[in-house]
Design a protein around this ligand. Structure first.
Ligand code: GMT
Length: 381
């Protein structure tokens, strides 16, 4: 089967899931064509089954905004035609499912067509997709897809609540390749903390929805009781908020390490004691799953799909969004009890195993096959 994957190339969760899925499919012998504005961050282009097609946006003085969506539709149309793709898989409704629909219309003009699968990731439904500028386009794109998947039960519920959806939505959760979380070269813990210090970690794109301010406040409360360090991985608009916090709390400057974007994330997750995810919204919380795969328990909010991943009192603790006090107390409780921490580390790893790639990949493969069968039946009739 030849599959076209349409995704964001950045470190955001949807791009990572799309890339990991594409690479896993390529390893199983599928021909996978990535169509994106740039080479996706984790894509291994040396795999002979992987192709990358960069969407080139022609700049022109007349355009106030560069028409990425038009260039994307044209590229999808060209790649389907040139490489005879069997199926398109859009990750994130806009612009990917929207542009794929336009490409399908172009193909239909020539008597051709391919099925379109759309995977909903979160903010395309709960945040960006709610804006009046995009809402109808998102709803239209979902309803025009031949199959729709969502990364959690919570996101499926939100999609049905916010939009008039006429298609069934199948939940196929995000996944993790647990084999990758066994680093060959472990990171030196003493690079980040002294022996008697605990390590708290937060990984995100530092957008307001991640509530980085809560992360900092939790750390401030925890370090007052327990000797600890905070590692923050990622880049984004709230970096300014972090700088401001450190200016106001200069005594914490040497206790907070800002690492920016990091490639071999698992090496650092592995040496951490607790992962903080106090998000306002989170359809799934892939970052939490990555932490668990590295045997790091999670202290989080109970937003969206997080409770489907982080289990209260088993793999970590959850509290209401914004309840910094409770999240701080949970972190202190966990870090001051070595037996509990050890137990939760084991539980976190076991939970990550339930989302293993080997369990989720076949669900995607079966869904592709079903979609192709239904599609060929309906296009013949
Ligand atoms: O919020 C992010 O980190 C980026 C965003 C995205 O679309 O790239 O992530 C969303 O998709 C991820 C992969 O499916 C989910 O794990 C995240 O929970 C989800 N983010 C939100 O819902 C806020």
């Amino acid at each position: 089967m030849k599959i076209g994957i349409l995704c964001y190339p950045t470190y955001g969760g949807s791009g990572i899931v799309a890339t990991e899925l594409g690479m896993a499919l390529a390893n199983k012998g599928y021909e996978v064509h990535f169509i994106s504005s740039n080479l996706p961050a984790r894509l291994d282009i040396t795999n002979p089954n992987i192709f990358f097609h960069k969407v080139n946006v022609q700049t022109y003085p007349l355009f106030q905004y560069q028409p990425y969506d038009i260039a994307l539709s044209s590229m999808i149309y060209r790649v389907v035609n040139l490489y005879k793709l069997d199926l398109l898989h859009a990750h994130y409704a806009i612009p990917y499912a929207y542009a794929a629909f336009t490409a399908k219309q172009m193909l239909k003009e020539e008597g051709k067509d391919v099925p379109l699968v759309t995977t909903l990731h979160g903010t395309d439904i709960t945040l960006v997709g709610q804006h009046p500028s995009y809402k109808h386009a998102v709803e239209f794109s979902i309803n025009q897809s031949d199959a729709v998947t969502s990364v959690s039960e919570s996101l499926k519920r939100d999609t049905l609540k916010f939009f008039n959806i006429k298609r069934p939505i199948e939940v196929i959760t995000n996944f993790i390749d647990n084999r990758v979380f066994t680093p060959e070269i472990p990171c030196q813990r003493n690079q980040f903390a002294q022996n008697d210090e605990k390590i708290l970690i937060h990984v995100s794109n530092l957008r307001p929805v991640k509530r980085v301010g809560d992360v900092l406040q939790i750390f401030k409360n925890v370090q007052a009781k327990i000797k600890s360090k905070l590692i923050i991985i990622g880049e984004g608009p709230d970096m300014e908020l972090i700088n401001q916090f450190l200016e106001e709390n200069p005594e914490l400057i040497n206790k907070v390490r800002l690492l920016g974007k990091v490639n071999d994330l698992y090496r650092i997750l592995e040496l951490s004691d607790v992962f903080l995810l106090p998000s306002e919204q989170e359809s799934f919380g892939l970052a939490a799953l990555e932490a668990m795969a590295a045997a790091t328990p999670v202290i989080s909010s109970n937003a969206g799909g997080i409770p489907e991943v982080n289990i209260q009192g088993v793999t970590g603790y959850l509290a209401e969004i914004g309840n910094v006090e409770t999240m701080s107390n949970y972190t202190i409780k966990l870090l001051s009890n070595p037996e509990l921490l050890c137990e939760m580390k084991v539980n976190a790893k076991a939970q990550a195993e339930t989302f293993d790639l080997t369990k989720i990949l076949p669900l995607y493969e079966e869904m592709y096959k079903r979609t192709l069968q239904t599609f060929s039946k309906t296009t013949k009739s």
